[in-house]
Write a protein of this length. Structure first.
Length: 202
């Protein structure tokens, strides 16, 4: 995500929080965010600073929703295989997600689709795309470290075949899911096997 897109997301989340919060309650709910001393208008702050602010805002918003409307289920969407990320980055993401009062998660394979910015970047500077075996290894490690009460809504994905550039193996979703389930059985492992509450403290 580019810095300007990060700032736009930052601004959107501020609007969402203002909508959810009631009167003076917003001051109490936002204390952690306020101490960061950064707003979407601070365009000269670094991308990393805006990213951290977004994480803090997401956590606050999820907590506000959980307190206000228990019937609202919060689902997180996570992409596996982003350029520049390794297994440590992905485990850090899962450990961070574990700290949120969420109900479900969608674990999504990165797809490169025609006529997108990602496709242009892939054409100019080709980056590694995960194989089915690599994706499954990473996915299982993430599942093992994910809180066991979080419902898995998705373990992969299949982009439109007519515009899919990579990975080719993702076109056969049934084969992918069968392979993942087989590996889970062979490794005799389950969601939450390696989860520790201490890992999720930020």
């Amino acid at each position: 995500m580019y810095k300007d897109e990060m700032i736009q997301l930052h601004q959107f989340l501020v609007y969402v929080l203002k909508y959810l919060a009631e009167d003076d309650q917003i001051t109490n709910d936002c204390s952690e965010y306020i101490t960061l001393k950064i707003s979407p208008h601070h365009i000269h702050k670094t991308k990393a600073e805006h990213k951290h602010a977004i994480f803090v805002l997401c956590k606050i918003i999820s907590e506000v929703i959980a307190d206000k409307d228990n019937h609202i289920h919060i689902i997180v969407h996570t992409i596996i295989g982003l350029p520049g990320e390794d297994i440590n980055h992905m485990l850090e993401t899962v450990n961070y997600v574990n700290t949120f009062p969420i109900h479900g998660i969608k674990l999504q394979l990165l797809h490169i689709l025609c006529d997108t910015d990602l496709a242009e970047e892939y054409k100019k500077n080709p980056f590694k795309v995960l194989s089915l075996e690599e994706y499954t290894d990473i996915l299982i490690k993430l599942l093992e470290n994910l809180r066991e009460d979080i419902i898995i809504h998705r373990m992969t994905g299949d982009g439109p075949k007519n515009i899919l550039i990579a990975p080719e193996w993702s076109k056969n979703k049934r084969n992918v899911l069968n392979y993942i389930n087989k590996q889970l059985t062979l490794r005799n492992t389950v969601q939450g096997r390696c989860y520790s509450q201490d890992k999720g403290e930020y």
